[in-house]
Each structure stands twice: as structure tokens, then as C-alpha cells.
Design a protein around this ligand. Structure first.
Ligand code: PNS
Length: 165
């Protein structure tokens, strides 16, 4: 059966930092599930269907990467999938405190599941979905920081937004 890892998150949108972690995770584990949290934010920029579509398209050639959605407790989803590992990315010390809390809470909830932290490549260590959305909305360049498909979709969203004003 091998080791199944779950990489959970909001992915609104998927960044090249996420892609880097998923690619590294796919090398380390037999299979990795990108698990997108339903209703993580009250008003996400990308719909659930769009986030799933983008992640599936980006990893279409990697059969050991699966894209799924989940709601409720992460550990319940991980258990349901019979996965052994939760993967989270750590960019900087500032990520550590919250990630540490989540990892320990998840371990308290289910001691059989381990959280594994992975560092993205340095060039992605400062990017986050929130910054990508803000920079793009204000006219900044995000090329190279997100998959091309995400950049294209961001452009389409801005165009729709401008037409409706
Ligand atoms: O991309 P994000 O927003 O950093 O991901 C956060 C996520 C989805 C991993 C976290 O919010 C989560 O696991 N939510 C599911 C509900 C849950 O299990 N909460 C308790 C975590 S200790």
C-alpha cells in the first residue's frame, strides 16, 4: 500500500510554493493527496471547482498526486483516507508558531498521524496566496510565482471585475 500523505490547505490560489512542496512530497511518499478545505474563507477569490480544476491540471502528468476536497476536521479526513502523514510547508520562523500549534493539536486528536514539515525552495519562501492576490489586484507582476494557469485565471477575474463596474 505504501505511505499516503495528505497536503491540506485553502489553495486560494495554488502558488508555485505549493507546487514545490507537492513535488517534493511526491518524491518522498508513495502518494500525496492535495486536500482543499471547503469554505476555508468566507469569500474566496477562486471557487472550489476552480481550485480543484487548477490543481488537477497542474499535476495531470503526475499519477501519484491526487486532488480532493474535505471539510470538518483534518484528522478525520486523514483517517478516512487511511493516510499516515500530514504535510505542511514551512517558509520562515513566522510560520512556525501556528504550524506547531496545529501539529500538536492534530496529534492530540489522533496520535497515529504524523505531521511532516517541508521547506520550499528559497525563491518561494516569501510568497503566500494572500500576497499574490494583493499584488495582482494592485497591478503587480506575479509571473513565475504561480502556475501559468493561475496567472491566466487571475487576469480573467480582473477583466470580469472591470467589465462589471
Ligand atoms: O492553507 P491554509 O489556510 O494554511 O490551511 C489551513 C488548514 C486547512 C490546514 C487548517 O485550517 C485545517 O486543517 N482546517 C480543517 C479544520 C481542522 O481540522 N482544524 C483544526 C486544526 S488543528
Amino acid at each position: 500500500m505504501g505511505t499516503l500523505a495528505v497536503y491540506p490547505g485553502s489553495f486560494d490560489p495554488l502558488t508555485n510554493g505549493h507546487v514545490d512542496i507537492i513535488t517534493r512530497g511526491a518524491r518522498l511518499f508513495d502518494r500525496i493527496v492535495v486536500a482543499i478545505l471547503v469554505n476555508a474563507e468566507k469569500s474566496p477569490l477562486f471557487t472550489m471547482a476552480e481550485r480543484v480544476e487548477i490543481a488537477r491540471a497542474v499535476f495531470r502528468n503526475q499519477p501519484t498526486v491526487e486532488v480532493d476536497t474535505f471539510d470538518g476536521l483534518l484528522v478525520d479526513y486523514v483517517e478516512r483516507r487511511r493516510a499516515q502523514v500530514i504535510v505542511r510547508g514551512l517558509r520562515a520562523v513566522s510560520d512556525f508558531e501556528f504550524e506547531f500549534q496545529m501539529a500538536l493539536m492534530n496529534r492530540r486528536l489522533n496520535d497515529k498521524i504524523a505531521t511532516v514539515f517541508m521547506m520550499p525552495a528559497e525563491q518561494y519562501s516569501y510568497i503566500s496566496p494572500r500576497l499574490i492576490k494583493e499584488v495582482f489586484a494592485l497591478g503587480g507582476r506575479v509571473h513565475g510565482l504561480v502556475p501559468d494557469m493561475v496567472e491566466q485565471r487571475l487576469r480573467e477575474k480582473v477583466a470580469v471585475d472591470q467589465n462589471s463596474h
